[in-house]
Design a protein around this ligand. Structure first.
Ligand code: CS2
Length: 488
């Protein structure tokens, strides 16, 4: 099958939307670290829209921090790929053209640093997932003992971590007499802009205090809230796209139609006209971020653990299960009072819209995929909400069940006794603690609560949290996920 590329764009069926600007004029104003499915389905589509409406020097250079796969898929396609939006009513197809080159950091770190230091680079955006920040998720501070950080301090010109890469780029710009780029975190972290600023500054300060002060004074780290459900692309998706567009596309991305982006409007050197294509430029991102992390991602993670244990492969299946749907309503009822509503938003309506999005039958988002990296996700998705509820003296039964389901999941065997493929930077730690606890709920919960990077020092001592947690965990072992969810 012929491959999608500049040369074959004209062969696409008329139903497929294609770039409405001259791609040969693209200038790379943005470098994106971590060009995975989410970025290609979110930031790249907003940028594509902005280029179509108001062309400017905002092409995107992708950078992969680990593997060459993405470059290998996109290069033969001149950076082009399909975005397939799956609405319950049927698919919508679009070719995205704003990505030019893709660099692979480990192959040529100097080329990436040179691109970051190029005068035309004005924004460096990131989707490197929670664990890509090399920080302590409970405190948001840099982990100076993180192996990638230790490596980057020893080899500042061949950095591996996103933080080491940003600092190397900023240092080179300062040496060249240029101003800094804007570093734009698009990951699901609370206060992502402020956290990134602290990490970059602290890393810089470990080797060069004047650089750290320059970054503090001149740098820009807007906070953002990003939202679109973009599951990992499967072979079946690739085959379907090929059938629909009549060309092979190894880099296709599948997403829901809904998208949202709230951005704090503080940029060091300009930005695309994202506000003209639906992004919300705001002074305070926090209300959006709280709403999204706690209500969407908190529910996603709880549903992923319970749903996986109950034998549901996807979020659509899990949220279609009446018992789990009722659990979700109870969970949102606990979360909503902790969330300040962004202006113009009714949180009950937001919850209802989330349920409809979760149930979109055309999106196959695996519970196993969302279950990944729980150690990095629980603090901002569930534990902050639990702290707020405890402070208010309010019940936390559903929230505690979400955490208990995570504990049951990372214990490593499912309800039929089969092994669970637990993916998490702390997976080895979980396995050790689970092994010594066996199926003893009290021992397992105490063992896992002892991981300070997740739970801090306060939660393990909060009896109003640990008591329901242990009770739920015991029930999960005894009766299973479905019966336990039915009993809250
Ligand atoms: C999900 C998110 O994988 C996960 O942990 O909760 O990727 C979620 O789909 C997005 O944040 C939606 O915007």
């Amino acid at each position: 099958m012929t491959r999608l590329s500049n040369a074959t764009l004209a062969a696409l069926p008329g139903t497929v939307r294609r770039p409405a600007y001259d791609r040969s004029r693209l200038v790379p104003g943005i470098v994106h670290l971590g060009l995975g499915a989410f970025a290609r389905g979110h930031l790249c589509e907003y940028t594509e829209d902005a280029l179509e409406l108001e062309f400017g020097a905002w092409g995107i250079t992708g950078a992969s921090l680990q593997r060459p796969d993405q470059r290998d898929r996109l290069k033969p396609q001149d950076g082009l790929y399909t975005l397939l939006k799956r609405a319950p009513a049927g698919p919508e197809l679009r070719i995205i053209g704003c990505v030019g080159e893709v660099l692979v950091a480990p192959e040529d770190p100097a080329a990436l640093i040179a691109r970051l230091a190029a005068p035309e680079t004005r924004i460096v955006s990131l989707t490197v997932t929670e664990k890509g920040y090399c920080h302590d998720p409970a405190t948001g501070r840099l982990r100076a003992d993180h192996p990638d950080i230790v490596h980057d301090l020893a080899h500042p010109l061949a950095p591996r971590s996103s933080i080491g890469i940003l600092v190397a780029g900023l240092k080179a710009r300062r040496a060249a007499g240029l101003g800094p780029f804007t570093a734009l975190s698009c990951d699901n972290l609370p206060h992502n802009g402020g956290v990134l600023r602290g990490l970059v500054r602290d890393f810089a300060a470990l080797s060069d205090d004047t650089l750290a002060r320059w970054i503090e004074a001149e740098g820009a780290f807007p906070a953002t809230m990003v939202d679109r459900i973009v599951p990992a692309t499967t072979d079946a998706d690739i085959a379907e796209v090929e059938g629909l567009i009549g060309l092979a596309d190894a880099a296709a991305v599948i997403g829901e139609p809904f998208r949202q982006w709230a951005i704090q409007d503080v940029f060091a050197a300009g930005r695309p006209a994202w506000e003209r294509v639906g992004a919300q430029m705001v002074t305070e991102v926090a209300p959006f971020e709280f709403m999204k992390l706690r209500m969407l991602n908190g529910a996603h993670s709880s549903l992923a653990y319970l749903g996986y244990l109950a034998g549901h492969e996807t979020v659509a299946e899990a949220s279609g299960d009446p018992v789990l749907a009722r659990f979700l309503q109870g969970l949102w009822a606990e979360i909503i009072p902790t969330v300040p509503a962004p202006q113009g938003v009714v949180l009950d309506d937001y919850a209802a819209a989330l349920l409809a999005r979760f149930r979109n039958p055309a999106i196959r988002h695996r519970t196993w995929q969302i279950a990944m990296d729980g150690s990095q996700k629980l603090p901002q998705r569930l534990l902050g909400t639990i702290r707020d509820r405890l402070k208010a003296g309010a019940p936390i039964d559903h929230l505690a069940l979400g955490v208990a389901a995570w504990m049951r999941y990372v214990s490593g065997t499912d309800e039929k006794g089969a092994a669970i493929d637990v993916r998490d930077p702390l997976a080895a730690e979980f396995a050790t603690r689970a092994k010594s606890a066996g199926r003893n709920a009290q021992a397992l919960s105490q063992g896992l609560l002892g991981i300070e990077a997740i739970f801090g020092t306060d939660l393990p001592r909060a009896e109003r949290f640990t008591a329901p947690l242990e009770r739920h965990l015991a029930a999960l072992f005894d009766k299973g996920a479905k019966a336990t969810a039915a009993s809250v």
